[in-house]
Design a binder for this molecule. Structure first.
Ligand code: SF4
Length: 305
């Protein structure tokens, strides 16, 4: 089991079972707190073969270098990070995707996860990845025609992707919630149970240059649906855009950059993938960039108060 220390106590985590234990009787001094965020997401590439209107990934071409990513992962691992989530763009389009996952699992104690649209998950790719992935996420924005309109890909191909992912590791289903998908949450949750997903993550749609944020009417429908949810698959709601919906906050004092950070495909460290402020890591260490970003966030907070 890996451990990290923070304001809520000593936190133990096992990447194989997903077990978390918090020893909150212990309150380590601030100087002993782990310096890394608990979770870090990394956009390996901006490249994607789909063109979803609500995609927030930057549209310029950028991809990270394998050795640089591995260097960051080792640093984060040593400083108490628990897990890494590869995304993009479509992370499976990074030419070294398999190698990066294998090395991350072998050379660090991090839980290795990734988010995919699922259409490239061939049985061969799954075979190569087996043993290196601790959790995977697949995007399911609606079913049948709704899905095909949202993502421009055949729903039958997504179903094959879900079959593949079920052979790879425990997995969750991500749903962008908007005026098209909100009415299909029942059928998506039934599908999640049928295919063996262990989590259903709802992501209220965020504004892009092509679409507006989830509107109030959809927000109310989502609130009702969440309140009445009795499904068996664990439900989670993204903090971004949750607007009043309950979100899971097991470590209430471990906030902001202590709990999460994002590195984009140009190697810029940000508080989240939506955050405009960031620090280019370049040849420096990821922890140096984290310190700079914390200073920027604190200065901004002081100026606002
Ligand atoms: S599949 Fe994901 S990365 Fe690709 S366009 Fe759609 S939202 Fe963006």
């Amino acid at each position: 089991m890996k451990s990290r220390t923070g304001p809520n106590g000593v936190h133990l985590f096992d990447r194989l079972s997903g077990l978390n234990v918090l020893l909150d009787e212990l309150r380590p001094e601030k100087a002993a707190w782990s310096t890394s965020p608990r979770q870090v997401s990394i956009a390996l590439t901006n490249v994607c073969d789909l063109h979803c209107a609500y995609c927030y990934a930057p549209k310029h071409k950028a991809s990270l270098h394998t050795d640089q990513v591995l260097g960051w992962l080792k640093e984060l691992d040593n400083e108490g990070c628990f897990g890494i989530g590869f995304g993009g763009g479509e992370p499976t389009l990074h030419p070294d995707f398999v190698d990066i996952c294998k090395r991350a699992a072998r050379e660090t104690q991090l839980a290795v996860t990734f988010t995919t649209h699922g259409h490239r998950l061939t049985p061969q790719l799954v075979e190569h990845l087996k043993g290196s992935i601790h959790f995977a996420r697949i995007s399911v924005d609606g079913v049948g025609r709704t899905y095909e309109k949202q993502r421009g890909k055949k729903f039958a191909s997504l179903l094959r992707g879900m079959e593949s992912i079920a052979n790879l590791s425990p997995f969750g289903i991500n749903v962008v919630v908007n005026e098209h998908t909100v009415a299909e949450l029942d059928v998506i949750s039934e599908l999640a149970q049928k295919v063996g997903a262990s989590e259903l993550l709802l992501l209220p749609q965020q504004a892009t240059t092509a679409v507006a944020s989830m509107d109030k009417m959809v927000g109310r429908a989502l609130q009702d649906w969440v309140s009445n949810y009795r499904g068996k698959v664990r439900l989670a709601v993204s903090e971004v855009g949750a607007s009043g919906l309950p979100t899971c906050d097991p470590l209430p004092d471990e906030r902001g950059l202590q709990s999460y950070a994002h590195i984009d495909a140009s190697g810029v460290l940000r508080a989240s993938s939506y955050s405009p402020a960031g620090v280019k890591i370049g040849d420096a260490s990821v922890l140096w960039a984290l310190k700079q970003l914390r200073n920027t966030v604190e200065i901004k907070r002081e100026n606002q108060s």
